[in-house]
Design a protein around this ligand. Structure first.
Ligand SMILES: [Zn+2]
Length: 318
């Protein structure tokens, strides 16, 4: 079997939240338990919202948690692991899609999209109806004078399937459940789907572990992997972290960022708590990330939301 390469892919738009730490911990445990390597890619595509100070803080917080990586990060290899420095690469592949006739400009405004779209049955996502799919060259020229377009990739009318490492078989027909999707925004910023799929392919990532809010992104990314002739990675999605009463956490739960938690707890206490709520240990006790490696198994992790212990973050019942 070829080498496992997992990845951390933080977006440096704020301090690292406990939910992101959980995703990183599971990605790290999965790769390390198979003798694999980890890369760190900084997903700072949206330069208006990201900054390298946050990226460096996140790196320090990962180290604090005991999670290391083998390649990547803000300062490695002339910043080439930061998406903000990779736009020439994205442009090269974007141009290829254009030459193959696989993408087209979309001039729809947000309001037009909402008016013309049907909400997706399960997650409220809008299905693009293909309004701009077959505009003539004249129409495109005329419309470009009024507004810069976003660019969409054509999707196939067939099922795209994969087996999630945690949730098992997952299938989606993109044409019926998503529609042609955006690969470059009207402001010229490449879309997350394009950058993530390309980077995973070019960086040789074999395993993508992330929160299950991104489960439905996977068929879109697999489609891009197919177009670029990469072997898609394996995907493993993990349940969302909620408060002890099941309430969804948000960025407003500021006391759950790693920096704040590090003033109250030792890293083994935070990691031990995450390992416990993931079912990797049978009792709540301090654990290093390293000590969790031999205990890691997907079967132990629940499929439903993971609830934080009662009283956390004020106290932990060690
Ligand atoms: Zn359109």
């Amino acid at each position: 079997m070829s080498e496992v390469i997992g990845r951390f892919a933080p977006t440096p738009s704020g301090r690292m939240h406990l939910g992101n730490a959980l995703s990183c911990l599971i990605a790290w445990l999965s790769a390390r338990s198979q003798g694999g390597r980890i890369i760190l890619r900084v997903e700072d595509l949206d330069t208006a919202r990201s900054n390298w100070d946050y990226a460096r803080d996140i790196e320090a917080e990962l180290r604090w948690l005991g999670l290391d990586w083998d390649r990547g990060g803000t300062d490695a290899d002339g910043h080439s692991w930061c998406q903000s420095r990779r736009s020439e690469i994205y442009t090269e592949y974007f141009d290829r899609l254009q030459q193959m006739g696989l993408i087209y400009p979309c001039f729809c405004s947000r309001a037009e999209l909402h008016a013309a779209s049907a909400p997706h049955r399960s997650d409220g996502r809008f299905i693009y109806q293909g309004t701009c799919r077959s505009l003539s060259a004249e129409e495109i020229t005329a419309k470009t004078r009024l507004r810069l377009p976003a660019w969409r990739v054509r999707v196939p009318d067939r099922e795209i399937s994969f087996t999630d490492l945690h949730y098992g078989p997952y299938t989606e027909n993109l044409s019926q459940e998503c529609g042609d999707f955006i690969v470059r925004r009207a402001d010229g910023v490449y879309a997350y789907q394009l950058a993530a799929a390309l980077d995973d392919g070019l960086m040789g990532v074999t395993e993508v572990i992330r929160g299950n809010d991104l489960l439905s992104s996977s068929p879109r990314q697999i489609w891009l992997h197919e177009l670029f002739e990469f072997a898609p990675p394996r995907y493993g999605h993990i349940p969302l972290l909620t408060a002890s009463d099941g309430r969804r956490l948000s960025k407003r739960d500021g006391d759950l960022d790693i920096e704040t938690l590090s003033r109250r707890y030792r890293p083994e206490e935070v990691v031990g708590m995450l390992g416990y709520i993931c079912g990797l240990t049978e009792e709540l006790r301090p654990m290093t990330a390293k000590a969790l490696i031999p205990l890691f198994s997907w079967e132990k992790i629940p499929l439903d939301d993971l609830r934080l212990p009662e009283g956390f973050p004020e106290k932990l019942g060690f």
